[in-house]
Write a protein that binds this ligand. Structure first.
Ligand code: GLU
Length: 342
């Protein structure tokens, strides 16, 4: 942990996830969208795209927009009212992104996901493949939680963690949380004038967790505690994460120019984290017995072709984890299979 200025990981990033909180996008009092702010953000995103960085947006604001539109007032909403508000608001949110990013010649595509989509293997793979395909086509995926179907058991609940899971799913190397605070402080800056901004966190220690608990900043759903939970997910997935103030116009440009922020630095890369995950967390459900030629190719880092598979054991689907064995049955490694056992 340090309070000195640090490296700017946005500069070196190839794939960036940007999380936008409701309060930045929607006016609390009137429930209208902050158009000027979104226009400025779209220009920042276009600048990142011009540098050939892939950009994914995770945006809140559906409920905030929808509750005004349906005239639900300020009262606490019942679950189904929240879901109705999300349904009414999401269509407006998507429209705003399409219009505003469209002016920058960017194509947008909407994905509404629940935590089940990030956990169930097959749905995870479909979502991951869709995001990859969109990025390859130069589009900007705009993601939100699918609030109309996400009841407690399957909801992520806050978009800080949803954004971190998206960063993990897309193997992003940078996650930007645009917030109404400029980072993590060692005490509550609203009460304590001597509170210091932590500029870099290289390890999320209990001390860091405590700071998040006591600073009680950032209203809406994601306070500092959910931001730290997001940081856990991101750094574990090989993705650097930054919390920065998004309340002014051009927050990404400001970040590039060295605005105050807190970086959570990952020691891994998305690739090494993914390999560790395949090796450590997934139980193989089948075996591929390879011929000698395929074994040699694999140990040289080359790809496995179907012709090199001598035999298949077990019953598995596309996307399942399989064990790779040499002709003598020796354990060579693990992989995710692009085909079913059949
Ligand atoms: N999915 C919610 C919405 O769009 C927001 C959740 C959050 O702000 O973390 O209103």
């Amino acid at each position: 942990m340090t309070d000195r200025p640090t490296a700017n990981y946005l500069d070196s990033a190839k794939r960036v996830v940007i999380k936008i909180g409701s309060s930045l996008l929607v006016d609390d009092a009137t429930g209208t969208l902050h158009h000027a702010w979104l226009e400025a953000l779209a220009q920042d995103i276009a600048a990142l795209r011009a540098l050939h960085k892939d950009v994914i947006i995770v945006s809140s604001g559906a409920i905030a927009l929808g509750r005004r539109h349906l005239e639900l007032g300020d009262r606490v909403l019942k679950l189904e009212e929240n879901q109705a508000a999300a349904a009414a608001g999401q269509i407006r949110l998507a429209h705003a992104f399409q219009e505003t990013l469209g002016k920058q010649d960017l194509h947008v595509a909407q994905l509404l996901l629940t935590s089940a989509d990030t956990e169930a293997r097959r749905r995870y793979l479909n979502a991951r493949n869709t995001i990859n395909a969109l990025l390859k086509l130069g589009a900007v995926p705009v993601i939100n939680e699918n609030d109309t179907v996400a009841t407690d058991e399957i909801r992520v609940g806050d978009n800080d963690r949803l954004a971190a899971r998206m960063a993990e799913m897309a193997s992003a190397d940078c996650l930007v949380l645009l917030s109404d605070v400029n980072g993590l402080y060692d005490a509550n800056p609203r009460i304590d004038g001597s509170a210091k901004l932590i500029r870099e966190v290289t390890e999320i220690t209990p001390e860091i967790e405590n700071m998040a608990g006591s600073t009680g900043s950032a209203h809406a759903k994601g306070g500092m505690v959910t931001k730290i939970a997001a940081a856990h997910i991101a750094v574990h997935a090989g993705c650097h994460m930054v919390i920065t103030d998004g309340t002014k116009l051009h927050p990404l440009k400001a970040l590039e120019n060295g605005a105050d922020c807190t970086w959570f630095v990952s020691k891994a890369t998305p690739r090494s984290a993914r390999k560790r995950w395949i090796l450590g967390s997934l139980k193989p459900v089948g075996k591929l017995i390879l011929d000698a030629g395929a074994q040699t190719a694999l140990t040289k880092g080359k790809s496995l072709l179907p012709a090199g598979v001598h035999d298949v054991e077990g019953d598995f689907e596309r996307g399942d984890t399989v064990m790779l064995c040499g002709p003598d049955g020796s354990d060579l490694g693990r992989g995710l299979c692009a085909y079913s056992s059949k």
